[in-house]
Design a binder for this molecule. Structure first.
Ligand SMILES: Cc1cc2nc3c(=O)[nH]c(=O)nc-3n(C[C@H](O)[C@H](O)[C@H](O)COP(=O)(O)O)c2cc1C
Length: 195
């Protein structure tokens, strides 16, 4: 199948102005294969704190828009920092809204990438996110994994841009793999998944 007209929503789990994860989403937009567009979602701080009383009255507009963008995407690329061996509250909060049934993440192909200044490159945070995304379930690509250690050597600290050429090449390959991951589900839906 051709990879034409694929849309991947890029979600950054950090609000920091010079965030490396926002930089990763920008890099993904630049490095996406032919026929694939990575659309940055925007900032997660427009999404209010989850409150079931509010949900009972109906999703607020930013939540509705967030869910709709996920629903319309062929896949979601999540670039998240590791916070406290887990993921940032701002991302968890958005997922609390969006993973409620019926979730737009159900059967949605997802790629996860992340970077940290240390040597672990968000390995622990990514495992937590994988576990959370089992709930709808979303289909998180198992490999390749993209854990980027030593962020300070690979990103421009003034802008958050990914400048390391090798890591940019890895991102290019990661996106090619994510498109192949999308295609698997278009071709091979099981009877259970079609329900
Ligand atoms: C509240 C907080 C908790 C953090 N916890 C971790 C952690 O558990 N593991 C880690 O490798 N880095 C941790 N860090 C460092 C982040 O990896 C680093 O700040 C990273 O650059 C954040 O991503 P950003 O550049 O996209 O904002 C933490 C940072 C903050 C602010």
């Amino acid at each position: 199948m051709e990879s034409d007209d694929r849309k991947i929503v890029g979600l950054a789990g950090s609000l920091r102005r010079t965030s490396f994860h926002r930089g990763l989403i920008r890099a993904a937009r630049e490095l996406a294969p032919e026929g694939v567009t990575v659309v940055p979602y925007g900032e997660l701080d427009v999404i209010p704190f989850f409150n079931q009383d509010i949900e009972d009255r109906g999703d607020p507009v930013p939540v509705r828009e967030f869910k709709e963008k996920i629903r319309q995407a062929d896949a979601v690329l999540i670039a998240t920092p590791e916070y406290d061996y887990a993921i940032p509250g701002v991302l968890t909060n958005a997922l609390d809204w969006a993973l409620r049934t019926p979730s737009p993440f159900r059967h949605k192909p997802v790629g996860i990438v992340g970077t940290s200044p240390g040597s672990v490159g968000t390995a622990r945070g990514q495992m937590v996110l994988r576990q959370i995304l089992l709930h709808p379930p979303a289909y998180v690509m198992p490999e390749p994994q993209m854990l980027i250690p030593f962020a300070l050597q690979r990103f421009d600290q003034q802008t958050g841009d990914l400048v390391d050429e090798r890591t940019r090449e890895n991102m290019r390959r990661f996106l090619v793999a994510l498109v192949e991951w999308i295609e698997r589900f278009e071709i091979n839906l099981t009877a259970y998944e079609r329900r």
